[in-house]
Design a protein. Structure first.
Ligand code: GLC
Length: 518
């Protein structure tokens, strides 16, 4: 369906061309800025969203482009250089080369920013590098005309990497300093309140995918960027004064969203840090939670090339048997009547609940189940799971990131484990359900919004290995004792629709409301 917004004269791609010709109107133009995009460069769930959401929005008629650093490892085809951007940073004039390409299998334009500072992701000065990228995007978005996909009406930033853009393009603070000035960080009176010419022209949204990472760096970044210090909100650390790029976004963006309603509520309740609650108590609005979707074309067991057989809800039971048998063979797990549990994800200690899984492996020794874990990450955890797998015949750990194997695990397992300590949204449980595998999750964030205990999976609440072990035992018992019920649940979850088609409309409504209010 075309997007119609009378005030801005928004319309379909075709009528957009007419509008451009008449010179008076243009389609809603959005620049979606991110550090990673699936098909170009992927580290985690952010990349999946950064591909699927812009593509879904463009299918609704939104004129959307994406911007990302042009890392050396990006090898996409059909890239052309559109020009060089002069950018002052750290008392030098730098040249950033801007390239244009199309996101694979879509009509979404991608603008890729090339500069030596933007090549290295794993670096001590990563926050400064993304502040530099943000300055480049801010500059480009303000000057950009048709050739560069602009002029933009909305800049949609994602996570701390790009959270500085609202401040850098001249947005005003949204936290009401007049009512409650703060001595260290108060903006000059003349800067407080009211709209600037820039902030009237471009609206900004910041989406938080994970509050754990805030992009902390020394306050000297303000000098490097050449922006006045009082615009930032520094705080003291043992190493000196620092700023957090993410919280600067909370201060300046027009709207702040996160990736599930429950995670938004948890943030408001202070479960993920008090500083954020403080900022939002001074903002007049709240953090909006919009659930992520799943790209139903990229994740489809009916034609997934990684699977030996394809299936839908009516054939899942027999197909799973075949895939599971092959998977067991490949993993050197013995043929068995026991259910197969899977875990696919980053091995990191703060979020994904791996400490619980490690303890549960010991607790459930002797139970009739098998477990396969796939992932890379912290050395300490790699060593731990290698040891546990060596000690337990029913456990296999594959230390690699292998998308094909991951897809076989999603399809061949009976239950996928997602026992996260916290989870802003989580894609694993959505993929599992699409592939007819019941998720076993902890009741937190997006997991609480998408999985219902006993109906679409298994849900436990306290963050303890006992609670996880009990839920796993329940799943094992159901599998053995009520196979018909287990199979019915499997077929039921395959019929659920978590595609972007629904969620994308919420983003569209948000864009429209922002433009109406300008
Ligand atoms: C982050 C979060 C995850 C979320 C993803 C996409 O990786 O940890 O929960 O699904 O971003 O928004």
């Amino acid at each position: 369906m075309p997007v119609l917004l009378k005030k801005h004269g928004f319309h379909t791609a075709d009528s957009a061309k007419e509008g451009a010709r008449s010179g008076s109107k243009h389609a809603m133009r959005v620049l979606f800025v991110t550090s990673e995009i699936a098909t170009l460069y992927k580290r985690g769930g952010l990349a999946d969203v950064s591909y699927a959401l812009p593509v879904a929005l463009s299918q609704l008629g939104v004129n959307i482009s994406v911007a990302m650093p042009y890392y050396e490892s990006v090898t996409t085809k059909g890239v052309t250089c559109v020009g060089q951007l002069a950018l002052d940073y750290d008392r030098r004039r730098e040249l950033v080369f801007v390239f244009r390409a199309l996101l694979p299998h879509s009509h979404v334009r991608a603008y890729l920013f090339r500069h030596p500072l933007l090549n290295n992701y794993d670096d001590l000065h990563i926050a400064d590098r993304f502040a530099f990228f943000s300055k480049a995007v801010a500059q480009l978005s303000l000057y950009s005309e048709e050739m560069l996909g602009g002029p933009y009406d909305i800049i949609h930033c994602n996570d701390w990497h790009t959270a500085l853009i609202p401040l850098l393009i001249g947005e005003q603070s949204k936290v009401g300093y007049r009512e409650r000035p703060r001595p260290l960080s108060a903006a000059p009176k003349a800067l407080a309140g009211g709209e600037t010419i820039q902030s009237k022209r471009v609206k900004t949204i910041l989406t938080v995918h994970n509050l754990l990472y805030q992009g902390e760096t020394g306050s000297s970044i303000t000098l490097k960027l050449g922006f006045p210090k009082p615009l930032f909100h520094p705080f003291m650390t043992p190493l000196g004064r620092a700023v957090r790029l993410l919280t600067e976004g909370f201060e300046y963006a027009d709207k702040v969203t996160t990736v599930s309603p429950t995670y938004a509520k948890e943030i408001a309740a202070g479960k993920h840090g008090k500083r954020v609650v403080e900022v939002f108590s001074r903002r007049k609005d709240r953090m909006i939670g919009i659930l992520n979707g799943l790209d139903s074309k990229l994740w489809d067991p009916r034609n997934d090339p990684s699977l030996p057989v394809h299936y839908d809800a009516s054939t899942v039971v027999s197909a799973k048997r075949v895939i599971k048998a092959q998977l067991r063979k490949a993993l050197r797990l013995p043929e068995s009547e026991a259910p197969l549990f899977g875990f696919v994800g980053r091995l990191e200690s703060r979020q994904k609940g791996l400490d619980l899984i490690a303890r549960v492996i010991k607790k459930l020794a002797g139970e009739a189940y098998q477990l396969v874990l796939l992932g890379t990450g912290q050395k300490k955890l790699v060593a731990l799971f290698e040891r546990l797998a060596a000690e337990h015949k029913n456990v296999v750990f594959v230390h690699t990131f292998d998308e094909r194997l991951a897809r076989r695990i999603y399809a061949g397992s009976d239950v996928m484990l997602v026992p996260s300590k916290f989870e802003p949204c989580g894609l694993t449980q959505l993929i599992a359900m699409r592939y007819g595998t019941l998720p076993l999750v902890r009741k937190t964030g997006g997991l609480a919004d998408t999985v219902h205990d006993g109906k679409t999976g298994f849900v436990f609440t306290p963050y303890t290995s006992t609670a996880l072990a009990d839920k796993m035992k329940e799943a094992i018992a159901l599998y053995h004792e009520k196979p018909a019920r287990f199979e019915a649940m499997t077929a039921h979850v395959m019929g659920l629709d978590f595609s972007w088609q629904h969620q994308v409309k919420e983003y569209l409504a948000l864009y429209q409301s922002l433009l109406k209010s300008s």
